[in-house]
Design a protein around this ligand. Structure first.
Ligand code: GSH
Length: 205
């Protein structure tokens, strides 16, 4: 059985979408960041880094329990566990997937997070940082719009590279409207229509 420790943020949804894509049964455990539950002793035992998401698989490699924090690790763990096509087998397709998976996780997501912090969460108004991260994020949107020109997905088929970007595009759809980027918009609508994605974004009970 899988247990996903989750909150309603980009990284939380990225992991939940992957769990839904596998079709495996799982228990969802909300960890309220509003109530600072990620700092509790019980949660820190799962992840010393006190960040959601965390996946616990009671049927890990070799049959024992495994604890997997960090959304990219969760995506890869589950894709490997289920021999998923979300990681292409062909070496060329794999390299393309890895390129855009990295771009999503290591470039797109952190810059949007900073944009979000300085524009929506910081108690201090820092105009220079707001401007810097907005300009940076706009450039990244231009890049992904270009990548998606004439393409259905970031790599040859639907893959971890799409999951790497989708949760952030969705989270910041209020600031950087997918409608302003025609290729992103078509891709966004396509991913949003997937049943697994719709299940992943179902409100918490
Ligand atoms: N690299 C991590 C980032 C996880 C992350 O930043 N989680 C945030 C919510 S989106 C969190 O739990 N923050 C609480 C804290 O740092 O105490 C991932 O991709 O899972």
């Amino acid at each position: 059985m899988l247990d996903l420790y989750f909150w309603t943020t980009n990284n939380g949804y990225r992991a939940r979408t992957m769990v839904e894509e596998t079709g495996l049964a799982y228990n969802l455990h909300p960890v309220s960041l509003l109530k600072r539950e990620q700092l509790s002793d019980s949660f820190r035992k799962l992840h010393v880094g006190h960040k959601i998401p965390v996946l616990v698989d009671s049927d890990g490699p070799g049959g024992g329990q495994i604890v997997v924090p960090e959304s990219p690790a969760i995506l890869r763990y589950l894709a490997t566990k289920t021999n998923s096509q979300l990681i292409p087998k062909d070496a060329r397709a794999l390299a393309e997937m890895e390129t855009w998976f990295s771009y999503g996780i290591a470039t797109f997501c952190p810059i949007l997070a900073q944009h979000g912090y300085f524009n929506f969460r910081s108690s201090e108004d820092v105009p220079g940082a707001k401007k810097y991260y907005e300009t940076y994020a706009l450039d990244l949107y231009g890049v992904i719009n270009q990548r998606l020109e004439g393409r259905v997905y970031f790599a040859d088929d639907y893959s971890l590279a799409d999951l790497a970007h989708y949760a952030d595009v969705r989270q910041y759809a209020g600031s950087f409207r997918p409608d302003d980027y025609p290729n992103v918009k078509k891709w966004y609508d396509r991913i949003s229509a997937r049943p697994a994605v719709q299940r992943a974004y179902a409100p918490l009970a």
